[in-house]
Ligand binder design. Structure first.
Ligand SMILES: *Cc1c(COP(=O)(O)O)cnc(C)c1O
Length: 376
């Protein structure tokens, strides 16, 4: 681990593991479906530009983001592939989206009207995709009312307004039971069948979980996110390779007698003579506060318990009996150290959330260290 000795805590990212996770998806879906990696929320917290630089080596079709700002950031980074904004954007954002060649996704005729106006204003061509809501309920045209909106969309297509595709989003692709996903798929197919003058050349539905669990639904493209970044996608699918490790330096060590307390509200009390190590990481770095008295860290490949409440800037572990720990040593809060691992999903489960929230919750205080090779 070669990291600036001044750094108190950081995220280590393994680009080769990320690429191997992407290739696992490619193998699952076969050669006839394209891949649109989802790099929204700063590449799930890893760093959007570096994620793109990494997966670009595998030549994906384009990139998926959630906001205008994220799309603009990709353009600033020099991405000239398709960039699709997979959330409705505010009315005032269309002109900028069009001017920078972003593909917007449309959930109602009003937005298409705004896009059309922006095209005229910018004097350029605009691309859009139609979202079909098959049960997710947050955006998209209703799958069952195509006869109402389908013709209205089709009639607005013109030389400057290009209907690029249609997609839906599964809400339960990562659960064991497949009935909900199959029902959504049938609705999507039914809606596509009812569209006249569409649905554009590109139809797609699968997130990472769906791509891996239901490769038959891969259609023209898949939109993987979490699996690329090392988050598991449910039963029956092999785990992704570990991409992210969260590390923190031991910044202080003390020996305590029985009855010493640690942390706000003194929720932990030593049961005898103990040795405690303070780590330079806290909830201000994105370490979930709920891991207090429940989670653990690794020191030299050994698991040690987090004791007391996690503070904004510091976390204390009990290292009694763990020999040879010194100030300046590296602790691992997520990831592998020697033979032992604390997986991203283990931390998420323990914190009562999902891997997505853990990754996107890692704050800017943690520097992102992209490893050049995998020998760390
Ligand atoms: C975020 C997102 C995805 C990726 O989902 P994962 O579960 O991370 O694979 C796919 N499609 C859309 C529309 C999304 O918003």
């Amino acid at each position: 681990m070669s990291t600036d000795p001044r750094t108190r805590s950081w995220v280590e990212i393994q680009p080769q593991a990320l690429r191997r996770n992407l290739r696992r998806i490619r193998e699952a879906i076969g050669g006839s479906s394209a891949i649109i990696p989802m790099v929204k929320a700063d590449g799930y917290g890893l760093g959007m530009e570096q994620v793109v630089e990494t997966v670009e080596l595998d030549d994906p079709l384009g990139y998926g983001v959630a906001t205008l700002e994220e799309g603009l950031r990709l353009r600033e980074a020099g991405v000239d592939k398709p960039v699709i904004v997979f959330s409705p954007i505010p009315p005032g954002a269309y002109e900028s989206a069009v001017a920078h060649g972003l593909t917007v996704t449309i959930s109602d005729v009003d937005s298409l009207e705004r896009l059309s106006n922006a095209t005229t204003a910018a004097g350029v061509k605009a691309r859009f995709q139609v979202e079909v809501d098959t049960g997710m309920g947050r955006s998209g045209f209703d799958w069952s009312t195509v006869s109402e909106w389908g013709p209205a969309v089709a009639e607005r297509v013109c030389a400057t307004l290009c209907w690029e595709g249609c997609y839906t989003h599964f809400h339960s692709a990562d659960v064991e039971e497949d009935a909900a996903t199959m029902a959504q798929w049938r609705r999507f197919k039914e809606a596509l069948g009812a569209l006249e003058g569409g649905p554009g050349s590109l139809t797609h539905a699968c997130n990472a979980a769906a791509a891996l669990r239901y490769p038959a639904l891969a259609a023209d493209a898949v939109r993987p996110g979490i699996f690329l970044y090392g988050g598991a996608v449910g039963l029956g699918v092999a785990r992704p390779e570990e991409v992210v490790r969260v590390r923190a330096r031991v910044t202080f060590i003390r020996d305590v007698a029985e009855g010493a307390t640690v942390g706000y509200r003194s929720t932990y009390r030593s049961r005898g003579a103990e040795r405690w190590a303070t780590l330079g990481i806290g909830y201000g770095d994105g370490l979930p506060r709920s891991l207090g008295n429940r989670g653990s860290a690794l020191l030299s490949g050994r698991r040690v318990p987090i004791i007391g409440r996690i503070s904004m800037d510091m976390t204390v572990v009990d290292i009694t009996g763990a020999e040879g720990v010194s100030v300046g040593d590296t602790a691992t809060l997520i990831g592998t150290d020697k033979e032992e691992s604390i997986t991203l999903d283990e931390v998420a489960d323990l914190a009562g959330t999902i891997s997505y929230e853990i990754l996107t919750g890692l704050t800017s205080r943690l520097s992102r260290v992209w490893l050049a090779s995998e020998d760390a």
